[in-house]
Design a binder for this molecule. Structure first.
Ligand SMILES: C[S@@+](CC[C@H](N)C(=O)[O-])C[C@H]1O[C@@H](n2cnc3c(N)ncnc32)[C@H](O)[C@@H]1O
Length: 421
């Protein structure tokens, strides 16, 4: 597999594996999804693949819907599957088209109604929940109650506006709350900003953010209408694909990286704010549906043996050094990640049309000085289940100081593995 690795192709070092580009693009800029990749990578893949009318693009780990939005912007049909209900809501919302009549006559009225609600405030059901506000009596809290109550005031008006466009306003409200949150997403966690107490986020800041988000979305609805609309499903793609018989021509996807990163935890604020999960529920059920890329999922021992020799070698190296790991579940996590990815890649081979392509964007990881070449392993697995390997382009090398647990690993690759049916 290694001979397919290309370090200096035209895809290298263009920022394709990160979402920063998306901040400049209509619709993509409606929410900054830190785990997303660049719309330009997707555009490049679509342009390379000579799709015909009615060909379908699929993304089984759709996240914020970068793939689906690029597809719709180019007039191509697409399907996206995403397990996190906030992310799939976001992806669906970015596909909304507004009629000329609504933009001319009603959008400003809906904006005024929501703004009135924000100003009036309403008691948030999250005030005493977990670490959501100062009333939780913890040392630190995510939102000042003024921010939560302003959010709730706006949210309570959603039922009074045009329901076709309600999720646009819901997104603006979530965005405004997150702009005024005492913690920000930072790698694997939410980290409190240094001066969060002095910042004293309140209703004034919330309203300022709301006006800004409204103006961006309003502008993009007018300037960037879509001719096609994607089908977005909120589901566990491992199960969804088994039941589905939809055929695709191009699948571009970035599964969760094998980096013990629990996305459900980092998106806790959005999930509870947007009422995708009620305070009475916890995140365990959602976690169970996510891929085994972190140890908060339910991991059970399995006798999985892949036909990939590379995978088997890495697992036997990891097992031989198991006692060095900081978390005894890590080897099990790595095993079940590849077992599940093999299942997905195999099913995709069954669902792909003749000559279809699969693009998988992944990063390597390191555990106790072992670098796991995820790109090569997935490339190898793909060939064992019937795909033909085309290329593995290195998108970038992420240089890092050796961490406490992997002092000798100083860089990790992010790549796109391209295989063809
Ligand atoms: C690297 S992100 C994809 C980001 C996406 N490319 C974008 O630009 O927004 C991986 C996504 O897979 C989702 N995911 C994890 N397990 C899943 C599963 N079993 N089924 C569907 N999606 C899943 C995560 O919630 C996360 O949003």
């Amino acid at each position: 597999v290694e001979q397919y690795l290309k370090h200096d192709s035209q895809l290298n070092n263009r920022g394709y594996s990160t979402p920063e580009d998306n901040l400049q693009e209509p619709r993509h800029r409606w929410y900054f999804y830190k785990e997303g990749f660049s719309n330009q990578l997707v555009t490049h893949a679509i342009e390379e693949s000579n799709l015909k009318k009615d060909d379908i693009i699929l993304d089984p780990f759709g996240g914020s819907g970068t793939v689906n939005l690029c597809a719709s912007q180019k007039g191509v049909k697409s399907v996206g599957i995403e397990v996190n209900p906030f992310a799939s809501f976001l992806s669906k919302t970015k596909q909304i088209n507004a009629s000329k009549l609504y933009l001319k006559e009603n959008i400003d009225r809906d904006f005024d109604l929501i703004l009135k609600g924000i100003r009036r405030r309403k008691k948030s059901p999250l005030l005493n929940f977990s670490t959501f506000s100062e009333f939780s009596e913890k040392e630190k809290w995510l939102f000042n109650s003024d921010v939560l109550n302003s959010f709730e005031g706006g949210y309570s008006q959603i039922k009074n506006i045009n329901q076709t466009y309600a999720s646009l306003f819901k997104l603006m409200l979530i965005n405004s709350a997150m702009d005024n949150c005492n913690a920000k997403k930072d790698g694997k966690c939410l980290r409190y900003i240094n001066n969060w107490q002095q910042e004293n986020f309140n209703q004034d800041g919330f309203i300022q953010s709301f006006i800004q988000h409204f103006s961006i979305i309003n502008e993009d609805l007018r300037s960037s209408a879509l001719n096609t609309s994607a089908h977005i499903y909120n589901s566990d793609s491992r199960k969804f694909l088994q039941k589905s018989n939809s055929i695709f021509k191009l699948c571009i996807t970035s599964p969760p990286y094998l980096n013990s990163f629990d996305y459900t935890d980092v998106y806790r604020p959005e999930l509870y704010l947007g009422k995708f999960i009620s305070p009475a529920e916890n995140l365990i059920d959602l976690r169970k549906k996510t891929l085994s890329s972190h140890t908060n999922v339910y991991l059970k021992a399995s006798n999985f043996k892949s036909s990939s020799l590379l995978y088997n070698k890495i697992i036997s190296d990891l097992n031989a050094n198991k006692e060095l790991f900081w978390n005894s579940k890590l080897v099990l996590m790595v095993q079940s990640y590849f077992e599940q990815m093999e299942g997905v890649i195999k099913r995709l081979h069954e669902l792909g049309e003749k000559n279809s392509e699969l693009w998988i964007i992944v990063a390597n990881s390191a555990y106790f000085n072992f670098e796991i070449p995820t790109d090569l392993i997935l490339g190898d697995i793909a060939t064992r289940v019937g795909w033909k390997l085309k290329d593995i382009h290195v998108l970038r090398e992420i240089f890092k100081r050796g961490s406490k647990y992997s002092p000798d690993v100083n860089s990790l690759r992010e790549s796109v593995v391209i295989v063809k049916k």
